[in-house]
Write a protein that binds this ligand. Structure first.
Ligand SMILES: O=C(O)CCC(=O)C(=O)O
Length: 276
């Protein structure tokens, strides 16, 4: 794994709000990640969340049938698949996320498999952080290509530097590709950057970077494995997101999000990290 970051990569991420790392995984690691994803997805039987048929749709009702065909989105596979657990709890990933975000400790917010099936819809421009149950401008995600990702099958696109000025207001993710530019007209004329990647490459993006993805115009699958990271020390902001009703009932706005069964601390510069 190419997990050692150069200072210039950290600076590029901090300027642009995203970073692509080519050939991130070795061929053996790529094979392991693919097997883990395929096994974990098969075991879920279509359930988005562990143990429940939960609806974690980002789209609103009117756009649901569009959103359902953007990708298969399965959340927190690390909680019910041992291979995925081994992959996601790797402190090397946590250290990279911490270095890019400029923080001392990193917890998993949630992982997700994002599989664009043949002929899948485009992923409209959106932000991630406003969906999450904490509000931190430094939160970020890794997105690992498990197939070659091209202009044809749904590569990611980013609006560089947008994360410096976007906010926690949520413009949503419907079927109108450009809706976000009503909230952020200042980026209407921005140049977007595409991120086609060979299988095994990855990108990191800040959760407030405006980003989206092409439709899958091919008969093949576009598999990606991603993980959203929360800087350690964050508190509950009142948004449910992936938390279940019982967790919500036990949380008050302002409570620390420090349950290692839900949000494991995978890297810390200062604390002992106990991963089992
Ligand atoms: O994979 C996609 O199509 C979109 C990914 C995305 O929005 C994300 O990882 O935050």
């Amino acid at each position: 794994m190419k997990n050692e970051l150069l200072q210039e990569q950290i600076e590029k991420y901090q300027n642009d709000g995203f970073l692509v790392i080519e050939d991130f995984l070795s061929p053996e690691e790529l094979e392991f990640w693919r097997t883990a994803l395929d096994e974990a997805v098969a075991k879920r039987g279509g359930n988005k969340m562990p143990n429940r048929k939960e609806v974690y749709g980002k789209g609103d009702d009117a756009d649901k049938s569009y959103y359902d065909n953007v990708f298969t989105q399965l959340i927190n596979l690390w909680q019910d698949n041992d291979k995925m657990r081994q992959i996601m709890l790797d402190a090397r990933l946590g250290k990279m996320a911490a270095q890019l975000a400029g923080v001392d400790g990193i917890r998993i917010w949630h992982d997700q498999a994002l599989v664009k099936a043949p002929w899948a819809n485009a992923t409209s421009w959106h932000l991630d952080t406003p969906y999450w149950s904490f509000s931190d401008r430094r939160a970020l995600s890794i997105w690992v290509a498990l197939d070659d990702v091209t202009y044809q099958n749904g590569c990611l696109f980013f609006i560089p530097e947008s994360y410096h000025s976007t906010s926690f207001e949520n413009p949503g993710i419907g079927k109108n590709m450009g809706a976000i530019f009503q909230t952020y007209p200042e980026f209407k004329s921005s140049k977007s950057v595409a991120a086609p990647m060979k299988a095994g490459s990855c990108s990191f993006h800040n959760g407030l970077t405006i980003h989206g993805a092409h439709a899958n115009m091919t008969s093949g699958f576009r598999r990606a494995m991603t993980c959203a990271y929360m800087p350690d020390g964050n508190t509950f902001n009142g948004i449910q997101n992936i938390l279940n009703d019982e967790q919500i009932a036990n949380l008050k706005v302002g409570n620390l999000l420090e349950d290692n069964n839900q949000n494991p601390l995978i890297y810390s510069r200062n604390k002992d990290v106990q991963i089992s």
